[in-house]
Structure formats: structure tokens, C-alpha cells
Ligand binder design. Structure first.
Ligand SMILES: *[C@@H]1O[C@H](CO)[C@@H](O)[C@H](O)[C@H]1NC(C)=O
Ligand SMILES: *[C@@H]1O[C@H](CO)[C@@H](O)[C@H](O)[C@H]1NC(C)=O
Ligand SMILES: *[C@@H]1O[C@H](CO)[C@@H](O)[C@H](O)[C@H]1NC(C)=O
Ligand SMILES: *[C@@H]1O[C@H](CO)[C@@H](O)[C@H](O)[C@H]1NC(C)=O
Length: 439
């Protein structure tokens, strides 16, 4: 009798909790639909969240948006990209918040900006919001395109500094000062389209210190590590609200000898970066890695590319989960049509493999936070194609694959709220969030 009563009580208790949770879910969903508020993305443990909701990312890169936004004759292309991306369900775009020196420079010389170009960036941010797309804004380039670290070093030389290598970017105090000033100028910019200061704008998903930093001058990685630590502190000092990533390609370094074989080649561990050590820097909120079998592996298009995708992603997701305790975003992945054996079918297979490997983590509530295709172009910008451009309107099959991934992630994002962990498990979603009610 006593046992039966206890069982009955338990059943009723479970039922009551279930009902409360269902109500909570529907309230939250109603709120979500009717709530016009555009909230900041945050991270909780190894996941991204918006309010109480998980936020898994299907995203894309289009690096030149600011430049196209400057000129009224090309500005419509910015809108086109956002429109097409949003209709394929993409929610995050990674783009450049820099153009140092040269044609249509944002920063003409240290801390001297072209107001028209800055208004181009304002436009991009304001326009992204209209399509409910958030931005990862990268703050400088490792490479020469759009200025990059070598432009900073040239400015230093012009100012009379005795600099010998472009990697002095990472160590010279004056050059570091130029970069810090740029960071501050961007983060404190007031958008001329909406009067929102960048550092308060939820349209910005995250800041990224640099696109693909490498410091060949110091294979030990100490110099780059010190730079990351200093700059992460600097960004967080100005802006505590936004998430911060580094932008590294994700090569393993000497801090994890056992992982070196995961690297695509032996050179990768000698470029001064170290996936684990770099991301342990204070202030870094999420991990990043890129996926380029075509330029990293010596073979041409083949199954080895797909195998690489899986082992590379799985290793990084596992490390993000178990070692770093943060989400990971695969900030760039792509395959170039310049590869002799390239064809669209293979590209689709490649994209699909990235997505499925991501979903394997998402299903388990793992660290795989999202992936961003390199790169989405609207029609009529083909002349800028470096071989990696994906034009959704011209590749219906690819568009289907991208949309399906967006739809799947959207399901995870709206299935259950963080407040309602028990109810979600109870309703058969234990494969999504299995954290036993512990946040
Ligand atoms: C510039 O720096 C290099 C290496 O640090 C040094 O060898 C050289 O003497 C310096 N030149 C001047 C003019 O200070
Ligand atoms: C921004 O603020 C200025 C000064 O308060 C005001 O004149 C202007 O109308 C505002 N612009 C927008 C787009 O809200
Ligand atoms: C596309 O490329 C892959 C890998 O090289 C190859 O196996 C496949 O046969 C190609 N398909 C077409 C339709 O050319
Ligand atoms: C996903 O996980 C399943 C089960 O662990 C595995 O069989 C499959 O190969 C994985 N797929 C990818 C693309 O990683």
C-alpha cells in the first residue's frame, strides 16, 4: 500500500511538473513570436544562447559587404546577400570590419577613418538586422588582402620604427597601440543609421580578433599567445557584452603533442598557433577553426577530404567540450572550383559532411555551435569569385542542403527553453539536451 501510494504520488508529481513545463514551453514560444526584442547572444557552458533559448548557427561568410555598401550603385548587393541568406534560413554572417590603407580604406592611416566607408559598415549592420542576421565582425587580417598586419607594419615604418618583419605586428608596442585604437574606434562607433553604439548592438554576434592569425616569426607560439591575451583583455575592457573569438584556423600546437596528427600536415604546427593554448586565454568565449582540405592536404578532390572533415571537426568539438568548456564555430569551410577534379556534386557532398558532423554534436547538446560556409555571393558578383563562391540561386541542390541544415538547427533552437530542461527530456528530446537539469 505504502509503495503504491508513493508511486501514485510520484506519478502525480511528474505529471504536474510536466504540465508546468508544457505551459512554460508554450508561454516561451508565444513570447518568442510576439517579442520584438532583439537580444544579445550569450554563451552558457558549451552552448550559445539567446535569452533562455539555445542558438545553433548555420551561417556564411561574405567578406566584402562594407566595401559594396559604400557605393550606392553596388549597395543593393548587400541587401541581396542578406535576403538570399535569410530565405535559406542562415542566421549569422561573418564579414570584415577592417580595410587598412589602399582602395576604399576604412582606416586610411592609424585611427584616421574614411567616414563614408564607416557609414558603409553602419549600413551593413543596420541592414543585417532587417533580415534577422547577426554578424561576426573580424577586426584585422593576417593576410595582405584589405591591408592586414603588413599594412600596420608599413605604417610603423613610415613613423620611423625599426621593424623587420610583418610579424612585428604582434610584438611592437606602438603597432599594438594602433590595433588597440582601431578596436576601440570600431567598438565605440555610433551607427549613423540607428544611433546604436556598436558595442551595445545585439546584431553583432561576436568580435573576432583577427582573420586567421599566424606568427611564423615565432613557432613556439609565445608571441601570438601574449598578443591574444593582451587583446582579449582590451576588447573585454571596452565591451563586456559581446562574445569574443580569436579567428584562428585551429591547428594544434605543442601544448597538445598527442593531437598533432590531427593536423592536415606537419607545417600546420609550426605557424605559431595552438588551438588549445590559444583558446584558454582569458576573455575568449568560443573556439574557432576553419576547414580547407583542398589547400591543406596534398591530394586533389577525393574521399580523403571527407574523412578529414570528420576527424578534424570531431577532434575540435571534443576538445571544445572536454578541455575548453566552450562552444566552437567552424568560421570558414569551403572548397575551390579551381581544384582540377572539382564538381558541384562533390561540393554538395563536402558541405553535407560538414553539416552532418555538426548535427552529430548538436543532437547530443555538444560543443558544436555552428558552421559558416565560405562563401556566399549574390548573382552578378562572380567577377570577384576566388573559386569558393556559392551562388544559391544558381545551385538549387546546394541551396536545398543549406536550407535543410538551417531548418534542422532551427528545430533544435526552438524545441525547448533552458528553463524547461526536465520537460524536454520527458518529451523525448533527451538526445538534444541531456544535462540532467544542471545548467
Ligand atoms: C633594427 O633592428 C634590428 C633587429 O632588431 C637591429 O639588428 C638593427 O641594428 C636595428 N637598426 C637600427 C637602425 O636601429
Ligand atoms: C540620432 O541622434 C541624433 C541626435 O540626438 C538625432 O538628431 C537623429 O535624428 C538620430 N538618428 C536616428 C536615426 O535615430
Ligand atoms: C565528382 O567528383 C567526384 C570526386 O572527384 C567523383 O567521384 C565523381 O564521379 C564526380 N561526379 C561527376 C558527376 O562528375
Ligand atoms: C554521426 O554519428 C553516427 C553515430 O555515432 C556515426 O555512425 C556517423 O558516422 C556520424 N556521422 C558523421 C557525419 O560524423
Amino acid at each position: 500500500m505504502a509503495i503504491k501510494e508513493k508511486q501514485l504520488f510520484q506519478t502525480m508529481f511528474l505529471l504536474a511538473t510536466f504540465i508546468v513545463c508544457v505551459i512554460e514551453i508554450s508561454n516561451a514560444q508565444i513570447q518568442r513570436v510576439s517579442d520584438d526584442e532583439w537580444e544579445m547572444v550569450e554563451k552558457k557552458g558549451n552552448q550559445f544562447i539567446i535569452g533562455d533559448w539555445p542558438f545553433y548557427v548555420n551561417g556564411f561568410n561574405t567578406y566584402w559587404l562594407m566595401i559594396f555598401a559604400v557605393d550606392p550603385s553596388t549597395r543593393a548587393k548587400v541587401t541581396d546577400v542578406f535576403q538570399q541568406a535569410s530565405s535559406a534560413g542562415l542566421t549569422v554572417c561573418r564579414t570584415w570590419a577592417f580595410n587598412d590603407g589602399g582602395w576604399r580604406a576604412l582606416q586610411k592611416s592609424p585611427s584616421s577613418y574614411d567616414e563614408q566607408v564607416f557609414q558603409g559598415l553602419d549600413f551593413v549592420i543596420n541592414e543585417a538586422k532587417k533580415y534577422k542576421i547577426r554578424l561576426i565582425l573580424s577586426l584585422v587580417n593576417n593576410w595582405e588582402a584589405y591591408g592586414g598586419k603588413s599594412q600596420y607594419v608599413r605604417w610603423g615604418k613610415q613613423a620611423g620604427l625599426n621593424l623587420t618583419s610583418e610579424d612585428d605586428f604582434f610584438s611592437d608596442p606602438i603597432i599594438k597601440g594602433y590595433y588597440k585604437a582601431h578596436v576601440k574606434n570600431i567598438l565605440t562607433r555610433v551607427n549613423t543609421y540607428n544611433n546604436v553604439t556598436y558595442k551595445d548592438d545585439p546584431t553583432i554576434f561576436a568580435w573576432e580578433l583577427m582573420n586567421e592569425p599566424r606568427c611564423l616569426a615565432d613557432p613556439s607560439g609565445d608571441i601570438l599567445q601574449a598578443w591574444i591575451e593582451e587583446m582579449a583583455y582590451h576588447v573585454k575592457f571596452i565591451d563586456r557584452k559581446h562574445l569574443l573569438g580569436i579567428g584562428v584556423e585551429g591547428f594544434y600546437g605543442s601544448s597538445t603533442q598527442e593531437r598533432l596528427l590531427t593536423n592536415p600536415n606537419t607545417y600546420a604546427s609550426k605557424v605559431g598557433t595552438d588551438f588549445i593554448r590559444n583558446h584558454l586565454a582569458l576573455g575568449i568565449d568560443f573556439a574557432s577553426a576553419h576547414i580547407y582540405p583542398d589547400s591543406w592536404l596534398s591530394s586533389t578532390v577525393s574521399d580523403s577530404y571527407l574523412q578529414f572533415v570528420e576527424s578534424w571537426m570531431e577532434a575540435h568539438i571534443e576538445d571544445a567540450e572536454k578541455v575548453l568548456g566552450m562552444p566552437i564555430v567552424f568560421g570558414e569551410f569551403g572548397i575551390s572550383s579551381k581544384d582540377l577534379k572539382f564538381n558541384l556534386t562533390f561540393r554538395d557532398e563536402f558541405i553535407d559532411r560538414v553539416y552532418k558532423t555538426m548535427l552529430n554534436s548538436t543532437r547530443k547538446g555538444g560543443s558544436g555551435g555552428g558552421s559558416l560556409i565560405w562563401q556566399l555571393f549574390p548573382e552578378g558578383t562572380d567577377y570577384m569569385d576566388d573559386g569558393y563562391a556559392v551562388v544559391l540561386s544558381k545551385s538549387p541542390k546546394t541551396c536545398d542542403i543549406v536550407s535543410l541544415q538551417s531548418w534542422r538547427l532551427q528545430n533544435f533552437n526552438s524545441r525547448c527553453s533552458w528553463r524547461c530542461h526536465w520537460g524536454c527530456r520527458k518529451r523525448g528530446h533527451q538526445d538534444v539536451f541531456d544535462y540532467n537539469g544542471e545548467l
